[in-house]
Design a protein around this ligand. Structure first.
Ligand code: PHB
Length: 391
């Protein structure tokens, strides 16, 4: 049983006459959402977009979830795995949040997964793609509203083969997200008949790309594939062009490469092809309404995939909390509501897989004048294989 619930039950039985019933009190108190996101560092902008999206969904639900007012407790995790255990323990033990929401970085989320499993706290992951969270370490109380690192990378292999590229170099940061994206890409590319000639890595969040770009120039693959995101993605795209490679060796990427950063990348991003579970130009009324509302609510910021994932976290919580009328103490009912939710997302409607990761379409997009435009669906209803998950 959840510590908080146990304490409330003890209090309730000790002072049964003096206190209103447990459920009524639980519903009357504010719902505490613990946001553990990066607000500084290379992924700072991603954390802000997730929070903005989440807050938009809560505002659209009337500022309440399941009838309860919402209180946000925030911690800046700096995308630093070394500080992650302390940060998440603070939210659970000191701040006693009802739901943990985070994070962006796969290394940070692994600490959240561990603490969520140990304390049986509900965890919703609005970005980090670490495979284990919905794989070997999957759990009834852990859900993801974003993607697994494998998921948007796997279809990119087939896309590149179809465009005539038989050899590729993959380049990224050396940590779980980069390595798992590389593995997903490699699986798709080799299954379609391609060959990876080299994987190149630099430590996260370094942006000294020069030596690696020199290696790419001498390896002369048919094309390059990559995983970078946030401020580092701006620098990589600009350096790739400045090294004179853009017109010689076509650059592809897992779609985060051009999310939230297209204006900063300018002409150097023009024409880049990427795969992702969202595209700015998706032509459905839900996406259009979301984009207009987000821009209005967020000081004219443009939404991106991270904003969508934050928004969907709010939509998912709203549905589940409505089902249980705000009473999170009935864990089985909460889990069932989260498992059975259909999220009416700007990316298109999606459902949870058995392992609690979205089953979703992966789009092929082209960057055109500051917009990630849909070229087509690279893979329909793609489900992460969830290797090792025993749910
Ligand atoms: C991750 O670390 O899992 C991660 C970070 C940034 C992204 C995607 C995945 O854009």
């Amino acid at each position: 049983m959840h510590d908080d619930t146990r304490r409330r039950l003890m209090l309730a039985s000790a002072a049964a006459l003096a206190l209103p019933p447990l459920v009524a009190r639980a519903q009357g108190t504010k719902l505490r959402l613990g946001l553990m996101l990066p607000y500084t560092g290379t992924y700072a902008q991603l954390g802000v977009a997730i929070e903005n999206g989440l807050k938009l969904a809560v505002a659209q639900a009337g500022g309440k979830l399941g009838g309860r007012e919402v209180e946000f407790v925030r911690v800046d995790d700096e995308s630093d795995p070394a500080k992650a255990t302390d940060n998440v323990n603070r939210l659970v033990t000191r701040d006693k949040v009802d739901v943990l929401i985070g994070s962006v970085h796969s290394g940070v989320v692994m600490a959240m997964v561990k603490v969520a499993r140990e304390t049986d706290t509900l965890l919703i992951i609005p970005n980090a793609g670490a495979g284990a969270a919905t794989g070997a370490l999957c759990a009834p109380n852990i859900f993801r509203t974003s993607f697994s690192n494998w998921q948007p990378a796997y279809p990119l292999g087939k896309v590149m083969i179809e465009r005539g590229h038989r050899t590729a170099v993959f380049i990224s940061w050396k940590y779980a997200a980069g390595e798992e994206a590389a593995a997903g890409f490699k699986e798709g590319f080799t299954a379609a008949g391609g060959k990876i000639v080299k994987e190149l890595y630099l430590p996260f969040p370094n942006v000294e790309f020069q030596a690696l770009l020199t290696q790419i120039a001498s390896l002369k693959p048919d094309a390059v594939s990559c995983f970078f995101s946030g401020a580092g993605a701006v620098k990589f795209v600009k350096d790739y062009a400045a090294a004179g490679l853009k017109d010689k060796i076509p650059l592809y990427g897992v779609g985060f490469l051009t999310e939230g950063v297209l204006h900063a990348q300018g002409d150097d991003a023009e024409g880049l092809l990427t795969t992702l579970h969202y595209a700015d130009s998706l032509d459905n009324p839900r996406n259009k309404a979301f984009r207009a509302a987000y821009t209005k609510a967020s000081n004219n910021m443009e939404p991106d995939v991270f904003a969508v994932q934050g928004y969907d976290t709010g939509l998912l919580l709203a549905q589940a909390l409505d089902k249980v009328k705000g009473d999170l103490s009935n864990r089985a009912a909460v889990v069932a509501a989260l498992e059975n939710a259909v999220v009416d997302s700007p990316r298109g409607p999606w459902k949870m897989s058995r392992a609690h990761n979205p089953i979703q379409d992966i789009y092929l997009r082209r960057a055109e004048k500051g917009v990630n435009k849909v070229v087509g669906v690279a893979w329909k209803a793609l489900e992460d294989p969830a290797r090792g998950c025993k749910l």
